[in-house]
Design a protein. Structure first.
Length: 163
């Protein structure tokens, strides 16, 4: 397993001067790493999860330039190519890059989540977004019922937002 610090460093350089975006991906990374460890992911899946969490919103910059929007569907379109270039330059293998790019291309799609890496990434992103977007108690309840599946993710959600 490579150290994800190089990916985080590259992302901080990529989003230089944009502390909001940097803080967001760092928080998602922290939740994803912890949930993955608590759910006992195997090493390769944990690495994919951590790398993806760090780069999951890499498509925002291009989306804002190209579409004047950071909407999730634009991120899913634009993010994989930027991530592939960055991760290739950092020496990651094609198999890992392909899965990371798949997850980026689907991280705002909440059906057919085909692995624990996908599920945990979505849960971690929601843990951060629910707070950042100041979602109502009713909205949080709906997300809990419809999205969260892991024992650790549910525990984090309950402890962060009250149960």
């Amino acid at each position: 397993m490579k150290r994800v610090g190089a990916v985080i460093n590259a992302m901080i350089e990529y989003y230089s001067g944009d502390i909001k975006r940097i803080n967001h991906f760092m928080k998602v990374y922290g939740f994803a790493k912890a949930i993955g460890e608590m759910e006992n992911l195997e090493e390769t899946t944990q690495e994919i999860l951590e790398v993806t969490a760090a780069v999951h919103d890499i498509g925002i910059k291009v989306s804002e330039e190209k579409y004047h929007s950071s909407a999730g569907h634009y991120q899913q379109i634009e993010g994989p190519a930027v991530a592939e270039k960055m991760l290739t330059a950092l020496g990651y293998e094609k198999e890992l890059i392909d899965r990371v790019c798949y997850l980026i291309a689907h991280h705002h799609t909440y059906s057919n989540m085909d692995g624990l890496d996908y599920q945990i990434l979505v849960e971690a992103d929601f843990l951060v977004n629910l707070n950042e977007d100041k979602v109502s108690a009713e909205g949080i309840k709906k997300v809990k019922e419809n999205i969260f599946k892991t024992k650790t993710g549910l525990s984090f959600l309950n402890n962060c937002f009250g149960e």
